[in-house]
Design a protein around this ligand. Structure first.
Ligand code: SF4
Length: 235
């Protein structure tokens, strides 16, 4: 009999959980809408089992119905990579390819990001962690709405608490603005090291932007940003 991959097993588990929750309805001790269950939102006081903790977040995201984006998604996309990575990339939201495959940064943007990681940083994709501000695709790839970001944010917060990266690299205007809680344009944010709750944050362009503007200047700027990330990793 064909053995399912861990991700397929996780998805089946999420589907089973969702079916159970729907069947049991009001009899379950559900949290109010928009609130992450306590076992996800509270920092662990003891040493974390990162894989186990991350698996529970993945399962919660795959079954999540906290915002309207669950109605139009094909797959939720929690994120992927090393659960103890020193570097975390954060984009805006899954696009069409990501929604179909349930994986972050696939398709042409994903290929370019992988190239930046391997050729630009001398690392592998498996060594880093890649996720997004919201875990489900907004219809038509529109910007996520404030309520959607607010509903989804606890998942990202918990992912970062588990991973405890040495540096965060945001991809595109939206991710940088969300994490730094600013409306400043990316032209003002990139090129400078920022701080997210004590972790260095380097904003750079989204690979999709780079694909549309594959100019010498844009590539040089990304190279500068990536060099800064590598410098922080090697301190
Ligand atoms: S975007 Fe986030 S909060 Fe909204 S349904 Fe998906 S996982 Fe849940």
């Amino acid at each position: 009999m064909k053995k399912n991959s861990p991700r397929e097993e996780l998805r089946e588990l999420a589907d089973l959980t969702l079916r159970y929750v729907r069947q049991e309805g009001d009899s379950l001790p559900m949290q109010p809408s928009g609130k992450v269950p306590d076992d996800i939102s509270q920092p662990a006081a003891v040493e974390l089992d990162a894989d186990k903790e991350m698996a529970s977040i993945d399962a919660a995201v795959l079954a999540c119905e906290k915002c309207p984006l669950h109605r139009t998604r094909t797959h939720a996309v929690p994120g992927e990579g090393d659960n103890k990575a020193k570097l975390v990339f954060i984009g805006e939201a899954p696009g069409g390819n990501e929604d179909r495959q349930g994986r972050p940064f696939v398709g042409r943007s994903g290929e370019l990001l992988t190239k930046i990681i391997t050729d630009g940083m001398g690392m592998t994709r498996e060594e880093v962690y890649i996720t997004n501000i919201v875990k489900c695709r907004p219809p038509g790839n529109r910007d996520p709405l404030p309520g959607e970001i607010e509903s989804c944010h606890p998942y990202l917060v918990r992912q970062l608490e588990i991973i405890q990266p040495k540096v965060i690299c945001t991809l595109g205007r939206f991710a940088a603005q969300c994490l730094l809680e600013t409306k400043a344009p990316l032209s003002r944010l990139r090129g400078k090291q920022a701080d997210y709750n004590g972790t260095p944050l380097i904003p750079t362009y989204h690979p999709a932007y780079l694909l549309r503007n594959y100019t010498k200047e844009a590539r040089r700027q990304v190279w500068d940003d990536v060099s800064k990330v590598v410098e922080i990793l090697t301190i």
